[in-house]
Design a protein around this ligand. Sequence first.
Ligand code: G3P
Length: 220
Amino acid sequence: MSGPLVVVNFKTYQTAHGASAEELAVTMAGIESGAKLVAAVSAFDLESVVTAAPDLEVWCQHLDPVGFGSNTGWLHPSTAIERGASGTLINHAEHKVDLEHVAMLIEQLPDGFSICACAEDMEEAGALAALGPTFVAVEPPELIGGNISVTEADPIVVSETADAVKSVSENVSVLCGAGVKTGKDVSEAIRLGVSGVLLASGVTKSENPIEALRDLVSEI
Ligand code: G3P
């Protein structure tokens, strides 16, 4: 991997949907850093974000393990790939699925497509790691959207998840998230043994997203 990963989940924040999603993606693409920035966007915004920021890596927030056919309302991986997605989150705390859903998705997606399976705790992280995603991101749900970074509120869950996942598979990288907002939070995450962070409100609710992004990557 090319440097720490900083994944910004646009969720359905008003500041990160439609034209604002394109703007934020262009801003992200302009940030110079040793980190790799990734935007996880709404399926509706996928194509326009990819078009607006062609050099930025863009992920979906969720996909379903379905093929072409009778699957009303489901998010079809092949269509996402055709529209420019190069990865996806799955099992986010705000969009839980069962392990079988994750396993089938991993089986269906081609090599090189990043799959970041989200976990609430170390146990879930271990179970997801056994399925062989690209990343497991540990995010204690009670800290999501808050002002205290997981790296400060619960450093143990970060370091123990990094160790637990490593003991299941050396091929799965670990991210952490929830409350991550500053460069100090990111450097602390790396110090605790993970490969990057997954965050949202630190950027999407910031009055100055450029400054927030610059700060996030400032200690890398
Ligand atoms: O997916 C990232 C997320 O759940 C963390 O959100 O707002 O705490 O950075 P936030």
